[in-house]
Ligand binder design. Sequence first.
Ligand code: EPU
Length: 351
Amino acid sequence: MELLENIPLAPLTTIRIGGAAKYFVDAHSIEEVQQAVASSRSRELPLFVLGGGSNLLVSDRGWPGLVLRIAIPGIEQSSRHDEHGRIIFDVGAGESWDRFVSRAVMAHCAGVECLSGIPGSVGGTPVQNVGAYGQEVSETIESVQVLDLKDGQLRELCREACGFGYRSSIFNGSERGRFIVLRVRYALTPEGKPCSRYADLQRHFAGRETQPNLAETREAVRHIRALKGMLIVPGDADCFSAGSFFKNPVLTLEQHQDLERRAASRGLAVPSYPALQTHMKVSAAWLVERSGFAKGHGDGRVGISSKHALAIVNRGEATAVEVLALKDQIQHRVEAIWGVHLEMEPVMVGF
Ligand code: EPU
């Protein structure tokens, strides 16, 4: 297998930032992934596994070792049903996520329609338990096929073994760096109803007599995402981002009361949602915006999206150092005003 040298990583990320990979290889099959791993080991090159590049911040120095891009293709709709009558889709980690969602919706299968328009590849979805508009992939993942770098074995991890939480799993948590995701099995409901729990979607369909179908829900989600700059639209300057730059903080009831007190003293109410039975999830975008970082903030090469306060955007030629400077500023100010620490969502590479 041929290792390419000195390949710029910025064009392979949605935020378009980062230096070059010393070595780079695209793996189109499980065997190629295994070969690439072997070659990184024999040459003692640090390995970084790249998917769709939609949730990454790559350092300006790039990556000193081998970047292995997972390009395993294939969307197979099996004739097998699980015990709930759901149809199994076996999807290569390198497939475009939105292409898979489109295929599922066209096949009248419910379970991922609210995750329409999310950039990136299928392999990244279990890693951060991708979620939006009332759905999370943990609800529909049946199992994940991985290469275990600990012993070189191929394994099939069932949903429970993946340890899913809010934007988290064993892949970005307790077992970070151990597994390479090769394929993901999704279990979707044939002729199922679309999920329309989320307020934005209910507003979109308000006043309609009939229930929206899966295809209409997909279009509505894409429309709402586009309004928030969270859909990659050619020519839209707000699209050069890594999506939400911070996670929505999950607070204990005590922390939440403190935050509510701070908000009340300013005559404000924080958008909050119950989480994990005993916690409250609060809107990071709201905290960012009420800490002096309005939509469109910043007049340099890095700023806040004009459509959503949670997206840091590259306005052209920005560096990772500039992004991190804005990130630090936001974290400090939110902490000083609201007493809440915002945790970064994108993965940092090569720092
Ligand atoms: N809000 C603001 N300012 C803004 C945007 C939002 O104050 O600029 C407040 C509003 O009160 C709004 C609330 O924040 O009601 C929630 O906003 P939104 O519905 O846009 O969702 P979010 O919590 O900011 C999360 C995910 C997104 C996902 C949306 C839709 C995280 C960190 N982000 O954003 O995921 O698309 O919900 O479900 O959980 C991503 O993770 O990269 C991502 C884009």
